[in-house]
Design a protein around this ligand. Sequence first.
Ligand SMILES: [Zn+2]
Ligand SMILES: [Zn+2]
Length: 315
Amino acid sequence: MRTNCEALNGNRSNLEKHILKTLAEKQDFQAYINYIKNPREHFKNFIRDEVNQFVTKTFEKNVRPMMENSTKVLQQQITNAARESSKHVKENDGDVGFWLRHFTQQLSGVLVFSKSDLIGVNQGDANVSFLEDVIKKELPSIKFDIFSKFRPEMFQVKLEQTDRPDEILIDHFCQCCWVQCPFCAAICTNTIEDHPGDHSVPFHRNNGLNGWFYRGTTNLSISICTSAVASDRHFRNSSDERILWKEYRIGGPEYASWSITPDLSELPYWKWFVCKFQKDLEKHYEKTYQGRGKIPDEWRKYTQEDAIESLNKYI
Ligand SMILES: [Zn+2]
Ligand SMILES: [Zn+2]
């Protein structure tokens, strides 16, 4: 499954790239907020959706045609058996019981009959041609019944929780570091949970999308962690102390455990996101991108395609 599923055939960074691509395509703000605030939950749901889509696609492509073919063959065998039985009854002057015995005998290799299957047949009332008619009439609806009961979603339900492919993949992808940057909420890319050393991520984001704003204003921040740590500006930590960005580690343990190196590389993706969802972000945080938080014109030039394209730098 992983080989055939692009989102699931690499490491977690590759999966995150696909998640961000899907978010950009769907343009659903609430889904973005879910990803930013509860990344682990978002990843899990994404994996479940991918697996469901894969199972459904495989079912439609491989399993359904096979089932349809087998059903057709079986249907033909049953119809033939009914016809043969009627012929046999006429030749031997048999009754309904004779017909049923002959009928079930012919199909003994393909169908399993029990006495209870035949209980409804009242031998006194039924006649042979009636039985043949019933078989012809009922067969198409029996086929339909098989298909309505045999759906792709049944595969997963039948499996033990620990054997389900989505749960196996969730374990595979989610047993890693989930610590988020205290400023921009980017997820540490280390593949080991509780790893030694600092948390880090190749691309940070502008902090306003995580709710950071300029002190004394209601303006959301457009600062990006990697450029902020190269500046002479300050931020307020969770104890409201004024900390120089360059010395962000002294802000407290949640800052000290991160390695944020000064760097001017930025992902156009998050610039596009802020421009695209400016109104939604303003409403969500009850603040605005104004004053110091005015969105630079340069950010507005990025299109959805540019944003998605920039994700290729991701891994
Ligand atoms: Zn950050
Ligand atoms: Zn980490």
